[in-house]
Ligand binder design. Structure first.
Ligand code: SAM
Length: 379
């Protein structure tokens, strides 16, 4: 394969030349640089020592963990032999020293310990039981086939990062696929990105619970057609129970855009969407630290985009769901006013209100639907 050099963050890697990224023998998507920036920021803040990039492709993610975060032992893994060969080349491009080759595994012992592995991610994670402080799952499409093993391979107080790029199931375009993969009923329409994010977090909580593990969401968000969730495991049956208490359902009225949420393991009414995670989507302190790092000018691949995203996530009111001004305006046949004006009017009435990263026309608020509509009408 013909290769060319790419610089991303502090890493320099070789990437196959291809007509499109999906034709490439080893996958590299430059548009996911921001996704990698965000995880680099998280690892800089939380400082896990032993980390795994379970589906590594070119190795870019793991190499960036090694170059840009305090991680001390970094594992890169891919099932593809071509990816394995390229990961080894890319590691030696970025770190001095000689690779020690084993069977399907190569090591570089330097200031940091880097392990490059060629195996099914589930096999590797099963082998390394409760070993990693942090695991990142960044597969093609759904992460579900790797979730269970990852929950056993990460330490009981470890951190798990999950990316899902299968927007069609999570956003309700393929509801049956969502049932099969995520065991949840998705909601189509303006709330789908947030509901998809909450379905993803909800299924992590449900899978974790059987190991007597709870979850704390460090950050969960939607961006550029992918869903991202970082959770910290909380050890103990009680923590598992507590996290299940954050599960619940959404009822949505198509005619008005009004939603209701209901906590509980089972819905009490028909036409419920979920189960979804109804707890927080961020740990305020962690997100604040990440935001401060970006503001301080730390080296990243996409510093401007990272600043914009972290600023938005930092400011965003952390309550379930939002009102989409355009969709509701259309439904109740009133002209949509400027987002800033509606937010100000709600705040003047004593409610909390912010923009949301889930929709450029959405407002998160603790105001009831009727108040929100009244504000829209009177402006
Ligand atoms: N994380 C990479 C990045 O940030 O550039 C991109 C990973 S790419 C989306 C998914 C990778 O998973 C592919 O390289 C593919 O070969 C690998 N893969 C697919 N199934 C796998 C499995 N069962 N075990 C390990 N790797 C697998």
């Amino acid at each position: 394969m013909e290769l060319f050099e790419v610089i991303e963050g502090k890493a320099k890697i070789l990437v196959p030349k291809a007509e499109s990224i999906y034709d490439s023998p080893v996958f590299y998507n430059p548009r996911m640089a921001l996704n990698r920036d965000v995880v680099v920021l998280l690892l800089k803040v939380l400082k896990p020592k032993i980390v795994l990039d379970a589906l590594s492709a070119t190795g870019i993610r793991g190499i960036r963990f090694a170059l840009e975060t305090p991680a001390e032992e970094i594992w890169l893994n891919d099932i593809s032999m071509e990816a394995y060969e390229l990961m080894k080349r890319n590691v030696t491009l970025n770190f001095p020293g000689e690779l020690k080759e084993g069977e399907n595994r190569a090591f570089l012992e330097g200031e940091k310990r880097i392990v490059i592995n060629n195996n099914d991610a589930n096999r590797l994670m099963a082998e390394k039981h409760r070993y990693f402080h942090f695991i990142d799952l960044d597969p093609f499409g759904s992460p579900m086939e790797f979730l269970d093993t990852a929950l056993r391979s990460v330490k009981r107080k470890g951190i798990l990062g999950v990316t899902a790029t299968d927007g069609a199931p999570l956003c309700g375009a393929h509801p049956k696929a969502c049932l099969r993969k995520y065991l949840a009923v998705p909601l189509r329409g303006e709330l789908c990105h947030e509901v998809g994010t909450r379905i993803l977090v909800g299924v992590i909580a449900r899978y974790a619970a059987k190991y007597d593990l709870g979850i704390e969401v460090l950050l969960a968000y939607y961006k550029d057609h992918y869903f991202r969730a970082f959770v910290r495991l909380r050890d103990g049956a009680k923590k598992g129970d507590e996290s299940l208490e954050n599960l619940g359902y959404i009822y949505f009225d198509e005619k008005t855009g009004k939603f209701e949420i209901e906590r509980g393991f089972l819905p009490t009414r028909p036409n419920a969407y979920g189960p979804v995670w109804l707890g927080p989507l961020k740990n305020e302190d962690v997100v604040e630290e990440m935001f401060k790092l970006v503001k301080s000018g730390v080296e990243l691949a996409k510093p401007r985009e990272a600043l914009k995203l972290l600023h938005m996530l930092h400011e965003e009111l952390d309550v379930p769901l939002f009102y989409d001004t355009h969709a509701i305006g259309k439904r109740i046949k009133i002209e949509t006013k400027k987002l800033g004006e509606i937010i100000k009017a709600l705040q003047e009435k004593g409610y909390k209100a912010t923009r949301t990263h889930f929709s450029p026309t959405g407002i998160k608020t603790d105001a009831p639907y009727e108040v929100f509509v009244d504000v829209m009408r009177k402006l």
